[in-house]
Design a protein around this ligand. Sequence first.
Ligand code: NAD
Length: 418
Amino acid sequence: MNIYEHPTFQMACQQFETVANYLEIPLNDRDRLKLPKRSMIVSLPIHRDNGSIEVFTGYRVQHHLTLGPTKGGLRYHPDVALGEVAALAMWMSWKCALTGLPYGGAKGGIACDPRTMSIRELERLTRRYTQEMIPFIGPQIDVMAPDVGTNEQTMAWMMDTYSVHVGSTVSSIVTGKPVSVGGSLGRKESTGRGVAYLVNRAMDIVHLNASEATAVVQGFGNVGSVAAWSLVRQGVKIIALSDVNGGIYNRKGIDIWKLEEHIQKHKTLVGYSEADAITNEELLLTPCDILVPAAMERQITEKNAGQIKCRILAEAANGPTTPEADRILEQRPEVFVIPDILCNAGGVIVSYFEWVQDIQSFFWSETEVTDKLFRILEGAFTQVLHMSQKQKISMRMAALALGVKRVQEAKKVRGLFP
Ligand code: NAD
């Protein structure tokens, strides 16, 4: 039995095998590149506010240790499972290698529904998870960051729990912290900002003018909302948005200022009066110039890939497109895909900056952070585009090939011990 059995892990493995075939990686080397180095499963008993005790399950997967510490987010969601976390860890490895960061990939998660938990319960759960992870994490071992269902506050609790254990403040143990405790300016915005930067680059390629372009964004959390705001600032009109509860659509454009006021009051964008209600499925099929899936994996499948109507597919989420959908998209050259490991790399790039700033105890201005972020994204985008055009392969294949090849080379020169 494969302990990682999960549709998302299967999808990551399928992608890996396709790239390994393309790169002609010897069969002997493949498992070593593909399989996670270490995986932890922990039971997390906590006191609920009603006096009962509940045991949650937490996971952490560290994919490879060849290039430095491992790095990756922590997810709180009811569907979190070992295989899903392993897939996300694998993608983090290729992403870090593609963008030249000195990290292996990792991911963690707790199967829970943070929306039904109080802030105190979330704090207890986070501290307990951190406590259980102490033997396996450290600024030079494994560094966590926010992902779906977690945020700056979660990272502050983790950093505090770890620091209490060590006996001194260790801000470099996590990234995506509040700026007041060693977080980096521009980290919270980095993923969404990076998405919008790359969309802008893609608009040049497909000859789209921002002021005439329309965008649809699935998921209005950290990444989706910042991406939407950044696109609006470029002059793009947002015509549809969604969250886990449903979507909204207005052909004339959605005023995000007003929408944020609605969300403040109702905790969801559903029910916003100046747009029509649509489902998440309809949202993905809405005709637009830029489609930004910024929620969960496996949203664009063989069922809808032939019907999406956009010029640019900007994969802000991790793994939003299945390999079956990819094969359909490869037959649709009119859709320019910015693959996830490139599109959402802004988050881990600025996490790297945060880690460097914490280690040096020397902090940068937001302009410095954003300039450096765009420089790295520009380099990665240019390399992926160049390889895709020269080798006549998809943008995803090019991005994955660059990432996988770098990890393969590093493993080769380090050798196999003993
Ligand atoms: P988040 O929790 O802040 O937001 C997630 C959003 O998606 C919420 O609006 C939620 O309501 C919505 N959502 C959840 N399930 C949905 C569904 N089935 N259909 C439609 N909407 C749904 O999370 P986030 O940090 O914005 O992460 C979003 C995606 O971006 C994830 O795939 C994550 O792995 C990826 N990502 C995040 C970062 C980061 O820095 N936070 C970095 C790289 C990649």
